[in-house]
Design a protein around this ligand. Structure first.
Ligand code: NAP
Ligand code: F7E
Length: 342
């Protein structure tokens, strides 16, 4: 049952793929706070996959509920057609993806199917339903690969993984449907964004979780790959507001969303261990299994256009982000030790 009170309905319906992910959970909170009815596509799994949205889940029998979860899958065009036809959303946010870059080298065909073809299935579902519906595509800074930094909307793409190649297809097909069919379809080219809800196999969360475990004596070593890679890391909660703003513009367009600062993985490690009063060199080991067949060396976004046209700017600094993630994991690990964790 929901632990949150929502404002009166605003008359808008949003459909979200990837609602159970990091961004989907923050976006759902944002849209509910604006009075939207939110419909989320979840896939069937053998264990619960709704942990990130359990706090806003609503009893399906409640007559005034604002959040509805529907089974579907980006690999299943017929489910997408049916859901779009039934829900008749005003806005669709396509956040669903096989989103792990390293894993995309192990599952390239699956990644192409979900992260690439899933987008065309959804766009076709909109076209076939003949509704006017705004469409947000979760594009990624991975598209830039090793293109020179700083990267903005005019920087040529250089995809360096099966994930980035699949996202490139989705980027261009979204733009094509805008140009060919006059759809309100936009790409948000988001640079890395993190939070306490980040998946635990992405490097930031892997580090902050390890710091908390090491501090409590539950873990001895942290094995990482390339410490020299540099990323433009922002706070996910702020980034979903940019997604919404893109769909409220008078004309559809593509936008870079980033902080404009870049830091190495090693700098993140130093800051996270430092925050817990630990010396990182005592705990971190390099395991080549985490190296990527082709790496993206430096990402640094230039979000000038988003600031000018959307009035959006990143607020949380790198050190604040590291601190809030470390403190959240320390708290979570402590609860687990006390037997009160999830
Ligand atoms: P995430 O936490 O990995 O969430 C991915 C979501 O996609 C989950 O809800 C997942 O469902 C769902 N999904 C996976 N396969 C699916 C399928 N076959 N059918 C339907 N849904 C499926 O990712 P995120 O960090 O929130 O990112 C959201 C989107 O932005 C992704 O498209 C990602 O590629 C993109 N992006 C992320 C970043 C970033 O730094 N976070 C930057 C740029 C772009 P389960 O929960 O069942 O696994
Ligand atoms: O890696 C290095 C790794 O997996 C960041 C996704 O949300 O952002 C994300 O992709 C860097 C890379 O994120 C480990 O080699 C070192 O250089 O946290 P990550 P990512 O690959 O940047 C983009 C924008 C997306 O769109 C994606 O969906 O960290 N690294 N050691 C490591 N990375 C991981 N995962 N694990 C390590 O042990």
């Amino acid at each position: 049952m929901s632990q949150v009170d929502f404002p009166p309905k605003c008359g808008k319906r949003a459909l979200i793929t990837g609602i159970t992910g990091q961004d989907g959970s923050y976006l759902t909170e944002l849209l509910l706070s604006k009075g939207y009815e939110v419909f989320g596509i979840i896939r069937r799994s053998s264990s619960f996959n709704t942990t990130r949205i359990d706090h806003i889940y609503q009893d399906p029998h409640a007559t005034d509920r604002r959040l509805v979860l529907i089974y579907g899958d980006l690999s299943d065009g017929s489910s997408l057609n049916r859901i779009v036809r039934d829900v008749q959303p005003h806005e669709i946010y396509n956040l669903g993806a096989q989103s792990h870059v390293r894993v995309s080298f192990d599952t390239p065909e699956y990644t192409a199917d979900i992260t690439g073809l899933g987008t065309i299935r959804l766009l076709e579902a909109i076209r076939e339903s003949a509704q006017s519906c705004k469409f947000y595509q979760a594009s990624s800074s991975e598209l830039y690969g090793n293109a020179p930094a700083p990267q903005n909307e005019l920087t040529p793409f250089d995809p360096r993984s099966p994930y980035a190649a699949a996202k490139a297809y989705s980027f261009y097909i979204t733009r094509n449907y805008r140009e060919a069919y006059g759809m309100f379809a936009v790409n948000g080219i988001l640079f890395n964004h993190e939070s306490p809800r980040r998946g635990e196999t992405f490097v930031t969360r892997k580090i902050t979780r390890a710091v908390a475990n090491i501090k409590q004596g539950r873990q001895k070593k942290l094995y990482l790959g390339n410490l020299d890679a540099r990323r433009d890391w922002g706070f996910a909660k702020e980034y979903v507001a940019a997604m919404w703003k893109m769909l409220q513009q008078p004309e559809p367009d593509d936008y870079v969303i980033a902080t404009g600062e870049t830091h190495s993985v090693q700098e993140f490690v130093e800051a996270a261990f430092g925050h817990a009063g630990l010396e990182w060199r005592d705990f971190v080991e390099i395991d080549p299994k985490y190296f990527r067949p082709s790496e993206v060396n430096i990402l640094l976004g230039d979000a000038t256009k988003a600031e000018r046209e959307l009035g959006w700017k990143a607020e949380t600094t790198f050190s604040q982000l590291v601190q809030l993630m470390v403190e959240s994991d320390m708290h979570e690990v402590k609860l687990e030790i006390e037997g009160k964790g999830r």
